[in-house]
Ligand binder design. Structure first.
Ligand SMILES: [Zn+2]
Length: 160
């Protein structure tokens, strides 16, 4: 498979995020795309399913990916995430040797809808990394992805 435009990959994260919500989990997901543009792994948020608040999609994706692929392979991969990775997930990406990250909805947008999150941006983390890391959000943000996040926030009883 050849590289597709970002929209293609983000649409897949949106489908998976909806599935995660239907499972009772938080409405987020991440996918791993190899250097040829092929989706090689998918991961939904599993915080509810696993009764584990740290079971964010991105860190769970990295945990699976490092068991399956060597670091050289992972260094050429890109993670597409519906939500900007938190500092914990950025740490996992760093240790997992994955330096290319693209996300649909920023931490800033989430905090505008649901205050109280960690406002440590993935870009700040990436800039401080001693090895190459680049985290980039959609500009403008994808309306479809923001709607999914809003639906998830509403499911927590917060009016947005
Ligand atoms: Zn996270």
């Amino acid at each position: 498979m050849a590289w597709r435009e970002d929209k293609f990959y983000f649409e897949r994260t949106e489908q998976l995020a909806i599935e995660a919500m239907n499972d009772g989990d938080d409405g987020f997901s991440s996918i791993l795309v190899d250097e040829n543009g092929e989706i090689v792994m998918e991961q939904k948020n599993e915080a509810f399913t696993l009764k584990e608040p740290t079971a964010h999609d991105t860190i769970e994706l990295v945990r699976r990916a490092v068991k399956k692929y060597p670091p050289e392979f992972l260094s050429q991969c890109t993670v597409y995430a519906l939500m900007e990775p938190c500092v914990m997930c950025m740490g996992a990406l760093f240790w997992g040797n994955i330096g290319h990250i693209k996300y649909a909805v920023s931490e800033e947008t989430l905090n505008g809808l649901l205050p109280g999150g960690l406002e440590i941006h993935s870009r700040e983390f990436a800039e401080r990394s001693p090895k190459p890391m680049h985290s980039e959000g959609c500009v403008p943000e994808r309306k479809e992805a923001v709607e999914i996040v809003k639906t998830w926030v509403r499911s927590l009883g917060v009016q947005v």
